[in-house]
Design a protein around this ligand. Structure first.
Ligand code: HEC
Ligand code: HEC
Length: 269
């Protein structure tokens, strides 16, 4: 009863009270959001800095115990392995992520093996090497997931720039002195990009002037298409093209006809 009579007699209309409350809430909310986001920003930059420093330290430890015998304690290079100063995070991510490094045995080419480090450890090694000198960094996933590129454009670029070593369908091929360009049927988009920017072994480097990031993404889209649509069936015959297919028919097809003829004539005699 008391409340009701009081509100009836109030100086302000109910609408004014409501809008006052709304304005009040909005200013305190806004101020809080501003304050907390600036506090968060401070927080995240300092944790990023701290975490990347501790990553570099972790990478240095891993490096000392797994890589230094060949690459030197500060990655300066030895007679057993090249200097890694300036090769960049991309090179380490590629070499260690595909299991090529740590190299197991001296040979014409570092062999691919199951990767020996976790993703975090590969990251740490990459950050450590990147901290020694500027080099290509690990590409962002939007360029390497194979979703944004143009497969037809990529097929053309692949034919011009890569097929002479890797074969038109990415089946791989032999090079001189026991080296080879590997089959690209199961390699990830990230490692394809990193191979292009770092040029492992006998492979040339395709920097952003040779092939723009978008063109690299197109090539990845094409290779992903080939990987997902392997062979429509039958014998692929090494994907060498019409010559190999014609030869196959000549040798096996005609051979079968001749064998059949011989068998038939032998029977009738
Ligand atoms: C047994 C010796 C050996 C060990 C151990 C070794 N490497 Fe290597 N590494 C080599 C040789 C030799 C090459 C150059 C030949 C090649 O690329 O196949 C090389 C090349 C590399 C490259 C490419 C450099 C470039 O020019 O792009 C990177 C990156 C690399 N190693 C990182 C590592 C890391 C990281 C480790 C430790 C996890 C490691 N290596 C362990 C011998 C070794
Ligand atoms: C002159 C020959 C040559 C050309 C041209 C070439 N590559 Fe390579 N590629 C190689 C060799 C050799 C290796 C193996 C390097 C090693 O094992 O250290 C390789 C490795 C790779 C790998 C790593 C495969 C894996 O299984 O880890 C990828 C991906 C790749 N090449 C993609 C390409 C693309 C894409 C192009 C064209 C833009 C290209 N290559 C052009 C010779 C070549």
């Amino acid at each position: 009863m008391f409340n009701r009579s009081k509100s009836k007699k109030g100086r302000r209309s109910p609408m004014a009270t409501v809008s006052l409350i709304v304005v009040g809430l909005m200013t305190t909310g806004g101020a809080y959001a501003l304050f907390s986001s600036s506090a968060n920003a401070d927080d995240s930059t300092s944790t990023v800095a701290a975490s990347s420093q501790s990553k570099v330290n972790e990478g240095q430890k891993l490096f000392a115990s797994n890589c230094a015998t060949c690459h030197g304690l500060s990655a300066q290079g030895t007679s057993e392995g090249p200097s890694l100063i300036g090769v960049g995070a991309a090179s380490v991510d590629f070499q260690v992520g595909t299991g090529r490094m740590p190299m197991a045995a001296q040979g014409p080419q570092a062999e691919e093996k199951p990767a020996q480090f976790t993703d975090e450890q590969v990251d740490a090694l990459a950050e450590y090497v990147a901290s020694l000198g500027p080099g290509p960094s690990v590409p962002s996933s939007s360029l390497t997931d194979g979703k944004d590129g143009d497969a037809a454009e990529g097929a053309e670029l692949f034919r011009i720039n890569c097929a002479m070593c890797h074969n038109v369908a990415g089946a791989g091929g032999a090079l001189t002195e026991g080296k080879y360009a590997p089959n690209l049927q199961s390699v990830s988009g990230k490692h394809i990009y990193e191979a292009m920017v770092t040029g492992p072994q006998n492979m040339p480097v395709f920097n952003d002037l040779n092939l723009t990031p978008q063109q690299k993404a197109d090539i990845i889209t094409y290779l992903k298409y080939v990987q997902d649509n392997k062979s429509p069936g039958g014998f692929a015959l090494g994907s060498l093209g019409p010559v190999a297919e014609g030869l196959f028919i000549w040798i096996f097809g005609l051979g079968a006809v001749v064998a059949m003829t011989v068998w038939l004539t032998a029977k009738s005699n």
